[in-house]
Design a protein around this ligand. Sequence first.
Ligand SMILES: O=P(O)(O)OC[C@H]1O[C@H](O[C@H]2O[C@H](CO)[C@@H](O)[C@H](O)[C@H]2O)[C@H](O)[C@@H](O)[C@@H]1O
Length: 368
Amino acid sequence: MTNQQNVVVLDVISRGVSNVLPRSSLPVPKSFSPQDLKMLLMKRLEAENGGAKISAWVDSMRASSPTRIKSSTTASLPETDDTSSWIVHHPSALSMFEQIVAASKGKQIVMFLDYDGTLSPIVEDPDQAFMPKEMRATVRDVARYFPTAIVTGRCRDKVYSFVKLAGLYYAGSHGMDIKGPSKSCKYKKGNQGVLFQAASEFLPMIDEVYKDLVEKTKSIPGTKVENNKFCVSVHFRCVDEKSWAALAEQVRSVLNHYPKLKLTQGRKVLEIRPTIKWDKGRALEFLLESLGYANSTNVLPVYIGDDRSDEDAFKVLRERGQGFGILVSKLPKETNASYSLQEPSEVKEFLKRLVDWKEMSQRAAKCA
Ligand SMILES: O=P(O)(O)OC[C@H]1O[C@H](O[C@H]2O[C@H](CO)[C@@H](O)[C@H](O)[C@H]2O)[C@H](O)[C@@H](O)[C@@H]1O
């Protein structure tokens, strides 16, 4: 049976029946009864739907490394015009630094940081995505002045083993696993010991799916399956593009047995997650509430991230009309973020400037 619920969340619309499962591959009985005919039609429909889905998945996998902006309003413009028009709408957070700090006047900045592609550069092996020392020192300084959370698709323990800073909030598994600072920190306003797991009942299911996926994809060279506790990542960064359809087919064959799971996509990664209404945006709201800023106007949340899952948080900030999203990207992309930064080194520069500005304004306040 195909499963209609776990339809992939993609920005690509299915192009129709794919060639992945050709019609000729379906058995045709020599003489057939009305029942045979019905069964044959059912099977054909099933195969065609599955094929269309795989085709859409592969399209989306290709689109996960865009080389140009995808927007109906600008699609016909030459690349350079795309870029300059995009920059006008999403200026660099470095060039807009003065405006950003001016907006924080009288407000508490709360900092939300994605991990991969934001604090650490994208690398081929997810287990080697270490955070540079200088970035760690900068994040430590940021957390001295502003409540700071790492919000990631990774398993919480895994990201902690990379970041290694005790004074931060950590929201792992796309925000489904949240924990407060393990050492005392000065933000006493809210609930410091916060621990929230939005999808705990999915733990055994995710474990099972992880094992199935490892087994089903082991014959596709370069595939890496990562257990992120409340979600699973299937990496295809090192898989030959010719095998992407085969990989998508294997993932689909597993997912078909789990109507309560859905598929989303990140940078060269397929992500399997519970269908619950929880994402990085909800995690941001939960953390603001835990910090005591639920309905406060005295807060300026700043969220920095590079991936599709970060858009959920950018969207929440837009809807609240509060704070800023900053997209880390070298290329123009459709985004709900207000500002942009090109790469992790610029993120570090932005965070450093924020710390310097805070130190200076505190010194100035003491002298006054
Ligand atoms: O929310 P994030 O912290 O950005 O996590 C999203 C995924 O990040 C990781 O994968 C990405 O980074 C890898 C290391 O640079 C790279 O090899 C991969 O291609 C990227 O997709 C992480 O491994 C995934 O589990 C996260 O879902």
